[in-house]
Design a protein around this ligand. Structure first.
Ligand code: FES
Length: 186
């Protein structure tokens, strides 16, 4: 008996099967509630996005970060310097590929992908070898949903992302173009 048949029997109203899997069904309900509660907590108090990538060096205590000056865009905002030089996320050290006026920095791939202002970000990223899930490529399914750490995009989605996800910094690269240099968690 596979998972599908279990669900089919349960929902068909078979009391014996329902009783047999009562514990599992109860636990599944609890897990679903825990996941929903965790999601609510995350949206209620999103972590400082940059903290995820600025790994503290235990040998360095309270090192002041360089303040980003207006107009620095994505570059200045993520650089932290001390007497030992730049640390943390240094997009300048990433390999840069492609051509265009905006730089999209992918932190996990350590790639900077140059894109034009009217070029959807997802295909450019995939050409460069950045691994981002995708399906519909029309802003509907949400498969390509990614976290934007810095910068602005022009996104024309069709229901594949919720308003609160956008507020939390997420976007759909399949239906987004860059309005500025970007830093993306991918
Ligand atoms: S691939 Fe479906 S929303 Fe981007």
């Amino acid at each position: 008996m596979d998972d599908t048949s279990i669900h089919m029997e349960f929902f068909s109203g078979d009391r014996q099967t329902e009783a047999e899997y009562r514990d599992e069904v109860t636990r599944a309900g609890e897990v679903a509630e825990e996941v929903a509660a965790a999601e609510e907590r995350q949206f209620a108090a999103p972590p400082d996005r940059l903290d995820m990538f600025v790994k503290p060096d235990p040998a360095i205590v309270d090192i002041p970060h360089t303040a980003a000056s207006p107009g620095d865009g994505a570059h200045g905002a993520v650089e932290a310097v001390d007497t030992k030089g730049p640390r943390a996320l240094d997009v300048e050290s990433f390999t840069t590929v492609g051509e265009g006026e905006h730089r999209v920095s992918f932190t996990r791939s350590q790639l900077n992908v140059m894109v034009t202002a009217d070029e959807p970000i997802l295909p450019a990223a995939q050409r460069a070898g950045v691994r981002i899930g995708m399906n519909c490529q029309q802003g509907m399914c949400g498969s390509c949903k990614s976290l934007k750490l810095e910068g602005d995009v022009d996104m024309k989605h069709q229901g594949g992302i919720r308003a609160r996800e956008i507020d939390a910094g997420k976007f759909l690269p399949c239906c987004s173009t860059a309005r500025s240099d970007l830093i993306v968690d991918a």
